[in-house]
Design a protein around this ligand. Sequence first.
Ligand SMILES: *[C@@H]1O[C@H](CO)[C@@H](O)[C@H](O)[C@H]1NC(C)=O
Ligand SMILES: *[C@@H]1O[C@H](CO)[C@@H](O)[C@H](O)[C@H]1NC(C)=O
Ligand SMILES: *[C@@H]1O[C@H](CO)[C@@H](O)[C@H](O)[C@H]1NC(C)=O
Ligand SMILES: *[C@@H]1O[C@H](CO)[C@@H](O)[C@H](O)[C@H]1NC(C)=O
Ligand SMILES: *[C@@H]1O[C@H](CO)[C@@H](O)[C@H](O)[C@H]1NC(C)=O
Length: 834
Amino acid sequence: MFPSCFFVLALLLRAEAWEWGLTPRKTVRYHGVSEVRQSWHSGVSQVMTLTLDENRGALYVGAREVIFSLDLNNIGKELRPPIIWEAPADKKLECAQKGKSNQTECFNYIRFLEQFNQTHLVTCGTYAFQPKCAYIELSDFTLDAENLEEGKGKVPYDPAKGHTGLILDGALYSATMNNFLGTEPVIQRIVGQHNLMKTEYLASWLNEPNFVSSAHIPESVGSEIGDDDKIYFFFTERALEYDCQSEQVVSRVARICKGDLGGARTLQRKWTSFLKARLLCSIPELQLNFNLLKSVFKLEAKEWRSTHFYAAFQARWGDSPVSAICQYSIQDIQKVFDGPYKEYREQSQKWGRYSDSVPSPRPGSCVTNWHRNHGVYSSLELPDNTLNFVKKHPLMDDSVMSTHMRPLLVRRGANFTTIAVQRTLGLDREPYDILFIGTENGWVNKAVSFGSTVHIIEELQVFDKSYPVHSLALSARKSLLFVGSQSGLVQLPFADCSKYRSCADCILARDPYCAWNINITRCVRADQRYRPILLQDIKDSDTSVCEVQSQKAVKPFVKNITVGIGTNVVLPCQLSSNLAQPIWTFNGQDLESDQDDSVLFDTTLQALVILGVGTHHSGCYVCYSEEQGTQLTAESYQLTVVASPSLILESRAPLDGLGLVWMMVIALGAVCLALFLAVVYLRRKLKDELEKGSKSMENTLVYPIKLPSQPKTPKCLPSADSDEKLWDPSSFYYSDGSLKIVPGHALCQNSTGSSSPSGNGIPGQPLPSPPLHSPNHMLLAGVRGSSSNGYIRLTLGGGVTEEHPQLGDLNEELRWKLKQRQALPDSNPEESSV
Ligand SMILES: *[C@@H]1O[C@H](CO)[C@@H](O)[C@H](O)[C@H]1NC(C)=O
Ligand SMILES: *[C@@H]1O[C@H](CO)[C@@H](O)[C@H](O)[C@H]1NC(C)=O
Ligand SMILES: *[C@@H]1O[C@H](CO)[C@@H](O)[C@H](O)[C@H]1NC(C)=O
Ligand SMILES: *[C@@H]1O[C@H](CO)[C@@H](O)[C@H](O)[C@H]1NC(C)=O
Ligand SMILES: *[C@@H]1O[C@H](CO)[C@@H](O)[C@H](O)[C@H]1NC(C)=O
């Protein structure tokens, strides 16, 4: 009792200390992903299969009752009209009468779609619980609906059941459920209508399996022992070999020989080479086994001996889901199948290693030179004792261990569903494996593997709805990733290098697809042809290479903010990555938040919060994003605190010329459009808040928000053509006159550290650059230049949320903070915000 308690405690402590996985360096939300993605037919749901045909430049998509042929360059384009392949009404009715859902199940879900030969694809669908297969002629993309083939044993009846299969030399190798009830698992080989070989229907062979993946390995090529090709099947099943209470579902790899013809008397037309082993992915220190296999990707190499499998697993740790990626080498898998067998001991009613003598030829082996030398030319000539043994001992005693005996990557709080891997050469001419991992809530993680460690380059929110990613396909030739889910199909480039704005950011990304071009000072697609002018350091991410080049890093615009005394100010600092730390300076000096307790850095908000500003807070605030010792300027603010809002006098700024005016007009239009949407949103939000009767605070909060960078037509300016209106002094103020915000750039002398706050933006002083129009009914003051940064004023009671990932509950957070500091009088939030 006590020892076990201590043991559990020790485990918990270890879990506490265990480094739970990795943080993706960048998080790209849906709207960020949409800029680079191509999506297709958001209306079409249930993408079930993705089949690439790079030679024809096509992507075939099997969905519910329809098959598409899309252009690989742009999936928005259909190469051919889609094939509609519906289950007929009478079949659907029959299906519904058998108790299946006519809303979800009684359809023809395309579960299998593969190249069959040069001219045809073969496809199988669930066909309202009566599976059928058909050939598709590629030249005109038509399905031969007259000659449907039986689909039983090729795909499951139930669209929700696991299934895998592949085409090899005109034969279909499939692993599926063979009956309506989904209780009879089978792994078989079928040619046309003829079921040639299958698994024995025994629980020791397959026990409630869920099939995940299959792969053909041409092991006959260059084999010294004259070995046969093999087909591997990956699945989970209910384990018989453990005591009931312990782990029940385990992951497996099984294999069969391509040349297997079954036995002559024993195992007639059944596999004589069916062997299976446990596939282990675990963290030994925590005794955490990842048992739920979700996806396997075969990474082919020139030589089959270098083939690797990448597998995605799920498990639970306490209350939270954990997922892992494990890697397996074909050689490690082979070793296990050449090792000892497991056997059931009737007496002790336990499973254990079989240690008696093994019959010869070795049970489960393919027919090799050794067999041929001993007069066995096919499995039909295998002796009965060998066959009886393999029938009783399909399970190997050893488990297949993952490379390095541990997961390559672990993430807590994530459910991985799919994986696809691409090997690519870095500019250092080293091969790197790029892992694309789909999750249950519509995200894709992209990571680079360094053999034993991994770096997650980014996580991308590919789908706005939180549907599982259930298929991934890669086109190496086009460098494109295709992601399928219930809500549709999306095409993404392998990398969007333009998101790395500086050399250091580009290097720190460690993305083999990206490199810093010193000629054009931009992060671009890494191309071996331009190596001399490209910088990349995947292994060490050493940013000192950037200094060779005079750092033309993009200096952020200095944002001038003028506020009245007592205002609460939030200065966001968007860090270059999730791995970066913010460092703030005030007038060139490091800002420690304990110097002044009205200044706090909030990690969740990723912002500097100054509560109740005083005149001594005027000055230049610069935020650096520090990552691996490299500091990047992230934001600069010039804060001016004026004694009393009513003292602010406006001034008319000189106009540089009409060109500027027009630029302003366009920029303003864009801002207005964005604002209008924001206002509509805010109002609704506000109304909700009011209805909840939440208390509001009078204090005003200032913080810049990012606006869409590519505005369309300016819509909301009532008379954009009238310049007069643009510079109407009343537009400098909000209706309550409490706040004035002047947008624009400034040169902050952040290096010497003595920018004088006293000279700037003080009352009465002419403004060097024209302030922008702010419609009275709106919350925002303006925008400047192409950076499209505006400033928004928030009223705390007003309820504002913004799209930034971490700022969602900004308001809650601040309200709480402010409440803690000071009791504030209630006021009508509507008054100050509208
Ligand atoms: C599906 O079933 C529901 C009720 O079970 C029935 O009302 C509906 O008409 C059926 N739809 C079709 C298309 O058969
Ligand atoms: C491909 O398979 C289809 C269907 O069996 C057959 O009709 C066709 O002749 C085959 N084509 C070639 C080139 O073998
Ligand atoms: C992960 O899966 C578990 C169980 O399937 C589910 O309860 C949980 O909500 C999922 N979490 C995410 C983030 O998808
Ligand atoms: C670098 O830029 C210069 C001028 O912009 C151009 O002439 C030259 O071809 C570029 N070099 C390479 C390798 O692209
Ligand atoms: C912002 O303030 C700086 C420093 O006082 C000044 O040089 C700059 O012109 C101001 N910019 C605008 C647009 O007001």
